[in-house]
Design a protein around this ligand. Structure first.
Ligand code: IVH
Length: 668
């Protein structure tokens, strides 16, 4: 197939898979497969930049940072909604409708989750996304087209081309998990935290540099259009189906309600369901379904008469900060935690809330003894929204970050530019205990029976003083302990034995090396295959690995070269604990440590097959002819890359020689 055709096919395939993944939440292929198709598309586009079209999936982050946001007027205003706070408000709303309409014209309603994000308008012309803007003041918003193009669930092109122009409206938001992770990163970097998903969505979209927006896990649901009459749809339900057919994501918890009783029922259902949703909803929007009724009802100054927002009661409460504790985490980070007068927040008693770091305390101007507003964000994590300074009586005391570790008394440090205050004493009991807990937890070796409580108990009894001690636990040591018995002791010993040969990535992630989480640990496993090889690496080797950051590289090398870590490894070995080598090097991993690049046209392999072969055999693909390249594979009509590689003295193989080299191992 010629590459232009293939490019079109790839665009089509990628758009289809992306729609299934982001819009329908029903992917057909694995992420790796998608990445490979995407890579192939990038390669063709790299060779033929003249073939790049605006709706290519490569063009989501194409734009350079903006100098400022340009204002755009909405062709038709984006209205807001009136609020209902209880059932009575809903019945009043219905009464007003009935008075306006003829009494016997009882309307049907559509009840939709009210998403807690930012309202945006997307303009499609001839099926292509041409403009995206914020709601702004309803009349004039800001052009954030480049930012919105980075949101994967927003189609760059609609699935039907027979719609000359369509102005759709919807909400951009962030999953709870995405917000928690974003805030974790911001706390670590000393940046102000986002108080709720709405702020996080707004803050992410109002970035002049779309590349920053692209890193934020934003999502989108469509809920309407500026002018329903252009769609030919008769009601909101039909419109939502029409929008879904165009490839736009429509929320799946929308219901048609024949009357207000059904609306109220759905509200109760959503009030329960909201806790299970991966994103935040702050209520429900009720709309008259029929468009001709909507038109007759019309709008008041800022809000339509045909819709109303029912808000969930806020899950906030006021209480008092009694004292502040300082917790020392696994990496030595010292986190202030407010101990609160216990208070019921939406059915859950809250008695503590993290204050994150010193900067957050300053920003919120919190004092010991302050009356504070607390809320459960994301339903689970209680947080302090703000202090109520009016309630101060002068007895409040400033909250000061300690100078010495509250557990080991080692002086604490707060490096310039970092938000986190840390205890750097590697022998700090708090850090050791936390690292033992992590080692046994699900994120570590997942040793059943050794949860937080048991590890704490064994640590206090000095049965575990170092990680290898875990593997020396004996049934008789455990069985007689408080809360233990023969059976539980036996189970733990069995679980410990079963954990003696973890995969390298699991082992590395369990050790809790700073900046080495699951993803980095997998990268290290894929590159080095066994701990012995990893023990010999330098920072230079590690920074060459695509996807592995500099901090992780430094931290890994520093950790592995520490003499006390090496002593610990020796004790692990003596206890029969060692990570498995993933694959035997002579069987499949012929290319481990090799960094290859293909150039010219290959005759026997497609580019994606060639790359797959390299990866399957443990090699990496270079981004160009660079220092890190170890071998260039040349097809027909190689270009300047060959010359450059020759100049640099790199190994050069023909396609046949490359295949020949792999054949011996492929047939095993
Ligand atoms: S309809 C005229 N539907 O709530 C109709 N709005 O105060 C106006 N919102 O600015 C919007 N989910 O940001 C509508 N399913 C939904 C919504 C929704 C969230 C937001 C939207 C709007 C605000 C209204």
């Amino acid at each position: 197939m010629d590459s232009r055709k293939r490019l079109e096919e790839l665009r089509h395939l990628l758009a289809e898979h992306s729609h299934r993944y982001y819009v329908l939440d029903n992917p057909l292929i694995a992420d790796g497969e998608y990445d490979r198709l995407f890579q192939e598309l990038l390669e063709i586009e790299g060779k033929h930049p003249e073939w790049i079209v605006p709706d290519s999936p490569s063009q989501r982050v194409g734009d350079v940072p903006l100098d400022k946001f340009v204002q755009v007027a909405h062709r038709l205003p984006m209205l807001s909604l009136e609020n209902a706070f209880d059932d009575q408000d809903l019945f009043d709303f219905e009464d007003r409708l009935l008075r306006f309409l003829l009494q016997d014209e009882a309307p049907e309603y559509i009840a939709e989750p009210k998403l807690d994000g930012l309202a945006v308008e997307l303009v499609y012309e001839e099926g292509f996304l041409v403009l995206g803007s914020t709601r702004g003041n309803g009349e004039v918003g800001e052009d954030i087209t480049a930012q919105l193009r980075t949101v994967s669930s927003i189609p760059l092109r609609l699935r039907r081309e027979d719609v000359p122009r369509l102005e759709v409206r919807g909400e951009v938001f962030m999953n709870r998990e995405g917000l928690v992770e974003l805030n974790r990163q911001r706390a670590e970097a000393g940046e102000a935290l986002f108080a709720n998903p709405r702020n996080a969505a707004a803050g992410s979209l109002r970035q002049l540099d779309p590349a920053i927006t692209a890193q934020r896990p934003l999502r989108f649901f469509v809920y309407g259009v500026s002018e329903p009459s252009v769609t030919g749809c008769r009601n909101q339900l039909e419109l939502l189906q029409f929008l879904a057919d165009l490839g736009l994501p429509v929320n799946s918890h929308i219901r048609l309600c024949p009357d207000m009783a059904a609306v109220i029922n759905h509200f109760s259902a959503l009030a329960v369901l909201r806790h299970e949703l991966p994103y935040e909803i702050d209520g429900m929007v009720v709309k008259v379904n029929d468009f001709s009724l909507q038109t007759r009802l019309g709008s008041k100054a800022r809000a339509p008469r045909w819709a109303i927002a029912c808000k969930f009661p806020a899950i906030q409460a006021t209480t008092r900060i009694m004292t502040v504790e300082f917790q020392v985490g696994r990496t030595g980070a010292v986190t202030p935690v407010a101990i609160l007068e216990p208070v019921d927040v939406g059915g859950v008693v809250v008695s503590r809330a993290t204050l994150h770091n010193g900067a957050e305390i300053k920003r919120k101007d919190l004092h010991q003894g302050d009356t504070v507003l607390v809320q459960r964000a994301g339903d689970v994590i209680p947080e302090i929204v703000k202090a109520v300074p009016e309630k101060r009586d002068g007895s409040e005391q400033p909250i000061v970050m300690p100078e010495f570790c509250p557990v080991c008394s080692h002086p604490l440090v707060k490096p310039e530019g970092e938000a986190v205050t840390r205890c750097l004493n590697p022998h700090c009991p708090a850090q050791r205990l936390r690292s033992f807990v992590h080692f046994c937890s699900k994120a570590g070796l997942d040793i059943e029976g050794l949860g937080k409580k048991s590890v704490e108990q064994l640590f206090e009894l000095e049965l575990i003083q170092d990680l290898p001690d875990i593997f020396l636990l004996k049934k008789e040591d455990l069985a007689s302990l408080e809360g233990w018995g023969e059976k539980s002791a036996e189970n733990v010993v069995a679980a410990v034995n079963a954990a003696k040969t973890p995969s390298l990535s699991r082992f590395l992630a369990a050790l809790g090396i700073r900046y080495v989480g699951e993803v980095t640990a997998s990268l290290l496993e894929r590159t080095f295959h066994n701990l012995e090889s990893l023990l010999e690496v330098t920072v230079d080797d590690l920074v060459e690995i695509e996807g592995l950051g500099e901090q992780a590289a430094h931290s890994t090398v520093e950790y592995l070269s520490d003499s006390s870590v090496q002593e610990m490894f020796a004790r692990f070995r003596a206890a029969g604990v060692w990570p498995q080598s993933v694959t035997s090097p002579n069987e499949r991993l012929l290319l481990s440590g090799e960094v290859l690049l293909f150039t010219g046209s290959l005759k026997k392999l497609s580019r994606s097959e060639a790359k797959k072969l390299v990866k399957d055999n443990g090699g990496q693909i270079a981004s160009g002819v660079t220092k890190k390249l170890t071998c260039l594979v040349v097809g027909e009509k190689p270009g300047s890359k060959l010359k450059k590689a020759q100049e640099l003295g790199k190994k050069i193989l023909t396609e046949d020689a490359f295949l020949h080299m792999l054949e011996s191992v492929q047939s095993v």
